[in-house]
Design a protein around this ligand. Structure first.
Ligand SMILES: Cc1cc2nc3c(=O)[nH]c(=O)nc-3n(C[C@H](O)[C@H](O)[C@H](O)COP(=O)(O)OP(=O)(O)OC[C@H]3O[C@@H](n4cnc5c(N)ncnc54)[C@H](O)[C@@H]3O)c2cc1C
Length: 403
């Protein structure tokens, strides 16, 4: 059996980032990821200011830019009552622009950075069960690789970064402390030859839509509505549903989108209500969608994952420096919940699709203000660039004695 300080289940935005930050601080960490290296996943791509700030603070933003991810310097809001509001992205320390990377780009950058820092990343390997002591403390995982070989990894802490249907949450019985009731069903595809004016979001007639310029000179175009309406529309085919929802949400975008010819096949998401789960217990913690998932209509899940990876990593480092586990991990959850609840509530209402344009504007102002609070919190965190290692988190007098 191999032994680590921390085993992370799931190696995408939340898991790879948690592993990266812990490995940079000198923690012995392994990541177990069921999917293959660099494989895509169902998601559009909008990083908000908090997410870009995190990548910048971790010195990874340059890699995103070098991968050809176009800078987003403005956001345009289209309302079906004919109103348009254009907002320039104000440069701030570390954030010159926003970015909407393909997941094949972003997840790979995070995984590679974690590996460069010393994390062991096992792709094509699924965690099938948790190892537990007789007193119920989680002490690692049972995994199986793609050749069917089963093995155990022991760890002081097991982190579930394994997405909405988290096995770690299931097997620890992590209670849901807040359950959402609304959801967006989404269709999206990539289009070339569309001159998107930065992020463009559109709202109207019970539907939402958006344009996100991404890698490979493509623009991701999505439409969303309630799962019930989407099911109804899809009876006439996905193309018809896509065109109907685009027309409902974004009359101003229809001609620009439908006049292009280079379209990728469509991808779909049926819609699942959000959740906020208890995110720690003896020997385990949850991060990313595993612990906190909200509807994608406010395009904030990746930014949440990057944020919570750092909040969790800091708490884990405090545990390793001597703070009792329940105190450090409860503090992680407290901050996560405080930064999340306003955005969660506003997103719930946006995903109800029963607003008029006036109410949509008010909800989006709430979303924007909650995101500003989050950015303020992240900007006040310590510098997380490469080094200086775990000693930075151990009280100075201990370091002196060790030296
Ligand atoms: C349609 C849609 C559009 C979206 N658009 C945006 C957007 O524009 N902007 C944004 O910020 N967010 C968006 N999101 C949300 C975003 O995709 C998620 O919040 C984000 O992927 C969460 O990252 P994560 O690392 O927590 O989980 P995930 O990305 O779900 O990764 C979890 C990983 O765990 C692995 N795993 C699961 N079980 C096991 C196991 N037993 N063993 C080993 N590995 C396991 C999976 O293979 C997976 O790779 C969107 C989501 C959807 C559905």
């Amino acid at each position: 059996m191999r032994t680590f300080d921390v085993v992370v289940v799931g190696g995408r935005v939340a898991g790879a980032s948690t592993a990266l930050l812990l490995a940079r601080a000198g923690v012995k960490v392994a990541v177990v990821e069921r999917a293959g290296r660099g494989v895509d996943t169902v998601s559009t791509h909008g990083l908000m200011r908090a997410g870009v700030l995190q990548l910048s603070r971790w010195e990874l933003l340059d890699r995103l830019v070098a991968a050809g991810t176009p800078p987003i310097t403005r956001t345009v809001f289209h309302y079906s009552d004919g109103d348009h509001v254009q907002v320039s992205i104000r440069p701030s320390p570390g954030v010159d622009a926003l970015y909407a990377p393909r997941r094949t780009v972003l997840d790979r950058i995070l995984v590679e950075a974690a590996e460069e820092s010393g994390a062991v990343v096992l792709h094509d390997t699924a965690v099938t069960a948790l190892l537990q002591s007789p007193d119920g403390r989680v002490r690692g995982v049972v995994a199986q690789d793609d050749r069917g070989v089963r093995f155990e990894l022991e760890a002081a802490l097991t982190v579930g970064a394994d997405g909405i249907r988290s096995l770690v949450a299931q097997q620890t019985g992590a209670p849901t402390i807040h359950q959402g009731s609304t959801a967006s069903a989404v269709l999206y595809r990539y289009i070339r030859g569309l001159d998107a004016d930065g992020y463009e979001w559109a709202y109207g007639d019970g539907a939402g839509a958006g344009l996100l310029p991404t890698n490979d000179q493509a623009t991701c175009v999505f439409v969303g509505t309630t799962p019930e309406r989407m099911r109804r529309l899809r009876r006439s085919g996905r193309e018809q549903a896509f065109a109907t929802l685009l027309t409902a949400a974004a009359p101003a975008l229809v001609d620009r989108v439908l006049d292009t010819v280079d379209w990728s096949p469509m991808k779909g998401w049926a819609g699942i209500p959000g959740h906020l789960r208890q995110s720690w217990g003896p020997g385990w913690a949850l991060v990313g969608d595993a612990g906190y998932y909200k509807d994608p209509i406010t395009t904030h899940g990746m930014s949440d994952g990057l944020r919570d990876a750092e909040l969790l990593a800091d708490s884990v480092l405090e545990v390793l420096a001597g703070t009792p586990e329940p105190i450090a991990l409860a503090a992680y959850q407290e901050v996560r919940d405080r930064l999340s609840m306003r955005l969660f509530a506003a997103t719930e209402e946006v995903a109800r699709y029963d607003w008029d344009c006036l109410r949509a504007r008010a909800l989006l102002r709430t979303v924007s203000s909650a995101m500003s609070d989050e950015v303020d919190h992240l900007q006040a965190l310590p510098d997380r660039r490469v080094g200086p290692g775990i000693a930075a988190f151990i009280p100075t007098d201990n370091v002196d004695r060790a030296g």
